[in-house]
Design a protein around this ligand. Sequence first.
Ligand code: HEC
Length: 143
Amino acid sequence: MKPRLVVMALLLGTTSLAGATESVVADYMLSCQGCHLDNGRGFPLRGVPTLTNYVGNFLKVPGGRQYLVQVPGAAQADLNNEQLAALLNWMLTTFSPDQLPSDFVRYNAEEVAQLRPHPLVDVASRRAELVRKIEQLQPRSRQ
Ligand code: HEC
């Protein structure tokens, strides 16, 4: 077995013992990692943004919180609302803890259930708009 499969088998095998964290990691590996890669580093040249040290910024601008649930990779995942909420919370706190606003409120199943059925009409332009707002929050340091 390839090392990655062994890790996955171990994670899946231990869910009954350890519960939440392991099953969330397994959900990430099975549903998201194919595009977002390990540690959320993504594949920017192919249009998969890096989550690492970034994704938490979306929670600082209006509309960002909704976007993270409605983006197709999340909204269309084969996961129930509770699993998706847990996965998003895990992604945010694991990949991007330093960008999270201090008043970060974790997602729950009810919020995900409300947002999820409303797909984004134009994902790329919605994302670009939010990234512009994020950049306005953090002016690049002058050189
Ligand atoms: C088929 C590839 C693919 C898969 C699988 C995928 N994503 Fe993504 N994800 C993307 C792309 C591409 C974007 C950029 C927005 C867009 O074009 O959809 C993105 C954006 C995101 C974002 C917003 C971050 C940003 O910077 O725009 C989140 C949050 C996210 N994905 C979560 C997930 C979760 C959670 C999963 C697994 C359940 C997942 N994605 C699975 C390709 C994927």
